[in-house]
Write a protein of this length. Structure first.
Ligand code: SF4
Ligand code: SF4
Length: 354
């Protein structure tokens, strides 16, 4: 299903029939879990009836159950590397996503109650329920935040799952979209996506998902300026890079293809995601007396479960380049990770004329 482009311009695999592939790199070492990205996305795209429960962008604490609960064990994706057969998946229940909670606003505001503001009964699960819980034992417990959007995969199993070809990969940039006129709400795409990043709208009875803010990247500014997706633009620590994977002069290409330090989440699902992560490198463990112990805080095996075995080389490369930079040597990788060239952070207009 995918091919190496034959025009000699790029060494990146993009899907058959796709001109260029949008991509995003998120540096997990900078995420503070503020959910600004979540709210930026929600207020832009999913405030209408039937989409209240949806978070096209969510940020979950890892280790943790995530959103929807247990999505990593819900099936979907592909059975083999040749993408010939899909892996069966499950459709999450509404409880797994979490229902909106009711709060005791009326008692507090109109009935003089001096109770604290709190959800009424029934608040037993919701997105981000296990925030900051993490794992491990004091003084070496650990957690980190994982922001997630649709990966606009090169081999999207959601596309293959739809019997009406209502979900498709856009030719010009590889964005995966649901054609609302064709969709009949069968939810095969929800079942087929291993990341559970397609959602069913209970009012329109159709599926919806992240659209990579395509009106913004197409140039919705007054002068036709392009804007990166809202989740990226609004992020306080500016941890997201946005551009095209096959833009060989861009930082995304360098981080993914050259330095190989930006990795897809759960590569074993075989959809070949186009959202990549710089894995977290936490400080080492220490004793109760505060003495540093030469043991990694986040178990390496857990990071392998999330990002595959390539995480070992990625962390080694980052460690080596950090050391070089500390010694005063030039390190292109450290400059890229520090966004020393903010003009390159969002590179969306590179292929406009070609
Ligand atoms: S993350 Fe899921 S919804 Fe998005 S393209 Fe991949 S398979 Fe489809
Ligand atoms: S806005 Fe940025 S820092 Fe805040 S949760 Fe989202 S990705 Fe993390």
């Amino acid at each position: 299903m995918s091919s190496q482009q034959e025009d000699g311009d790029t060494h990146v695999n993009v899907a058959d029939g796709i001109d260029h592939q949008v991509a995003m790199v998120m540096d997990l070492n900078k995420c503070i879990g503020c959910q600004t990205c979540t709210i930026a996305c929600k207020s832009l795209w999913t405030e209408d009836g039937g989409s209240e429960y949806m978070y096209w962008n969510n940020v979950e604490t890892k280790p943790g159950e995530g959103y929807p609960r247990g999505w990593e064990d819900s099936g979907g994706g592909w059975q083999s590397e040749d993408h010939s057969e899909r892996q069966p998946g499950e459709i999450p229940s509404q409880e797994d996503y979490g229902r909106p909670w009711e709060f005791n606003h009326s008692e507090i505001m109109y009935e003089g109650s001096d109770e604290p503001l709190r959800p009424r009964e029934g608040a037993e699960w919701g997105p981000n329920w296990d925030e900051d819980q993490g794992a491990g034992e004091y003084p070496n417990s650990y957690y980190f935040y994982l922001p997630r959007i649709c990966n606009h995969c090169t081999h999207p199993s959601c596309v293959e799952a739809c019997p009406r070809s209502a979900i498709y990969k856009r030719e010009e940039d590889g964005i995966v979209l649901v054609d609302q006129d064709r969709c009949r709400g069968y939810r095969y795409c929800v079942e087929g996506c291993p990341y559970k990043k397609v959602y069913y709208n209970t009012v329109s009875k159709k599926s919806e998902k992240c659209i990579f803010c395509y009106p913004r990247i197409e140039g919705e500014g007054p002068e036709g300026e392009t804007f990166a997706p809202a989740c990226a633009e609004e992020c306080p620590p500016q941890l997201r890079l946005v551009g095209f994977l096959d833009d060989e002069d861009g930082p995304i290409y360098k981080l993914v293809e050259e330095y190989e330090v930006a990795l897809p989440l759960h590569p074993e699902f075989r959809t070949q995601p186009n959202v990549y992560y710089i894995p977290p490198y936490a400080p080492p463990q220490h004793t109760e007396d505060g003495e540093t112990v030469d043991v990694e805080r986040i178990p390496r095996q857990y990071l392998r479960e999330l990002f595959g075995d390539r995480v070992d080389d990625a962390l080694d490369t980052i460690k080596r380049e950090k050391q070089r930079a500390r010694q005063g040597d030039d390190s292109e990788l450290m400059e890229l990770l520090q966004h020393k060239n903010p003009a390159k952070q969002y590179r969306l207009e590179v292929f406009e004329d070609g």
